[in-house]
Design a protein around this ligand. Structure first.
Ligand SMILES: CSC[C@@H](O)[C@@H](O)C(=O)COP(=O)(O)O
Length: 340
C-alpha cells in the first residue's frame, strides 16, 4: 500500500510536520509544530486524528517541549487535554514521563513508540486478513493516516485484498466528520482496492441483500472486558451485524486497551461542536441556530463482538479472560494510564 503518513519529524529543523487531514483529499498541506502546545493544537483541531497517530504526535510533542525549552509538566498537561477518548494519547505520554528533562532519551522513546505502531500493525494486518473474505464494510478511517503505520482495520482489509481474499469494500462516509468519504476512500484509491462509498444509513440494506460478509473497525479505547469506544456509528453497525449474523471485529494494538477500565461505561466520550453537524465544510444544511448533538464516539458492548484482532492474534470470548491474558503476555511495556 502506498502509505501517506500523517507526520514526519525533521530533527535538523526541530519540527514535527503534520499533514493537515482537514484538507484531504483536496489538498496536501503540511503544518509545522515547533512546541508541545502547537502539537496539542494539531490534535485538538483535528489536523492529525486517529488513535495511534494521536499517540505518536503526543510523544513527539514532548520531544518538542524539550527542544523548545517548555516545562515538561506543563507540556504533558496541555497534550493530555487535547482530546479525551483515544487512550493512545495517555499511553504515549506515560511512556514519555521517565524521559522528562532528557532530550535524547525523549527522542529515542518517541521513535520507539512510532516503530511499535508499525510493528504491531503489520501483525494486526496479517491476523485480521485471515478473518476476512468477499465483501467487507468499514467505518471511519483506520489506515496509515490514522496511525502512522500500516493501519489497523484498514491494514487488515488491504492485506486481505492483496491475498485475494477480499474483493470489495463498502466505505461508510462517517457522518458528521466524513473520515470515511474523505480519508478511507482516498487511502483505498491509493492502495488500488475496489471500494464503494455509502452513507451510514445504507448498511442495513446492504446486509439484508447479503452484500456484507464482515465488518471490521478501529478502536479508540477498549475496556478489559472488550467493550470499546470507536467513531460514532460503530455501535449501530455492531447491532446490525448481530441481527444479520455477520461477523463483527474491532482491530487494535493492545496499547488501545485501558487497563484501568473493566467496562466501557466509564470511557470518556468527546462532545464536539454542533456546527460540525449543522454544516458540511462550512455550508449550512439546517436552519441557522438549530440545536444539534455531536457525541464523536459511541461504546459497543463486548457481547456484540465476534473476535478482537490484536498484534498477539485474534481474541475470542470470554473477553474478560482472553484480553487480560493477552495483556499480561504481550504488553510488557503496557504503561499505566493516568489520564485526566
Ligand atoms: C486506527 S484508528 C481507530 C480510531 O481512532 C478511528 O476508528 C476513529 O474513531 C478516529 O476518530 P477521529 O475522531 O477521526 O480521531
Amino acid at each position: 500500500m502506498t502509505r501517506l503518513l500523517p507526520f514526519r519529524f525533521d530533527q535538523g529543523e526541530q519540527t514535527l510536520w503534520l499533514l493537515d487531514q482537514r484538507k484531504l483529499p483536496f489538498e496536501e498541506v503540511w503544518v509545522p509544530c515547533r512546541t508541545a502546545a502547537e502539537a496539542a493544537a494539531g490534535i485538538r483541531d483535528m489536523v492529525v486524528r486517529g488513535a495511534p497517530a494521536i499517540g505518536v504526535t503526543a510523544a513527539y510533542g514532548m520531544v518538542l517541549a524539550h527542544l523548545s525549552g517548555e516545562d515538561p509538566a506543563e507540556a504533558d498537561r496541555v497534550l493530555r487535554h487535547s482530546r479525551p477518548t483515544a487512550v493512545n494519547l495517555f499511553y504515549a505520554l506515560e511512556r514519555m514521563k521517565p524521559h522528562w528533562g532528557n532530550p535524547e532519551a525523549s527522542l529515542a522513546e518517541a521513535r520507539a513508540i512510532w516503530e511499535e505502531v508499525e510493528r504491531t500493525e503489520q501483525a494486526i494486518s496479517q491476523h485480521g486478513a485471515a478473518l476476512l473474505k468477499g465483501q467487507v464494510l468499514t467505518h471511519c478511517n483506520t489506515g496509515p493516516l490514522a496511525t502512522g503505520g500500516y493501519g489497523t482495520a484498514l491494514g487488515a482489509i488491504v492485506e486481505a485484498h492483496r491475498q485475494g481474499r477480499v474483493s470489495h469494500v463498502w466505505v461508510d462516509e462517517t457522518r458528521p466528520y466524513l473520515q470515511g468519504a474523505r480519508l478511507t476512500a482516498y487511502e483505498l484509491c491509493k492502495a488500488g482496492v475496489p471500494a464503494t462509498l455509502v452513507t451510514d444509513n445504507m448498511a442495513a440494506h446492504l446486509m439484508s441483500k447479503g452484500q456484507v460478509d464482515a465488518v471490521i473497525v478501529g478502536t479508540d479505547r477498549m475496556a478489559t472486558n472488550g467493550d470499546f469506544a470507536n467513531k460514532i456509528g460503530t455501535y449501530a453497525l455492531a447491532v446490525l451485524c448481530h441481527y444479520h449474523g455477520i461477523p463483527f471485529y474491532p482491530a487494535l494494538p493492545l496499547s488501545s486497551v485501558d487497563p484501568k477500565l473493566n467496562s466501557g461505561k466509564d470511557i470518556p466520550i468527546e462532545e464536539r461542536s454542533a456546527l460540525e453537524v449543522t454544516t458540511i465544510r462550512g455550508v449550512p444544511i439546517a436552519p441557522e441556530g438549530f440545536p444539534a448533538a455531536h457525541p464523536a464516539f459511541d461504546v459497543t458492548p463486548h457481547h456484540l463482538i465476534t473476535g478482537i484482532v490484536t498484534e498477539k492474534g485474534v481474541l475470542y470470548p470470554p473477553f474478560d479472560e482472553s484480553l487480560p491474558r493477552a495483556l499480561a503476555r504481550g504488553a510488557g511495556r503496557q504503561a499505566s494510564v493516568a489520564d485526566s
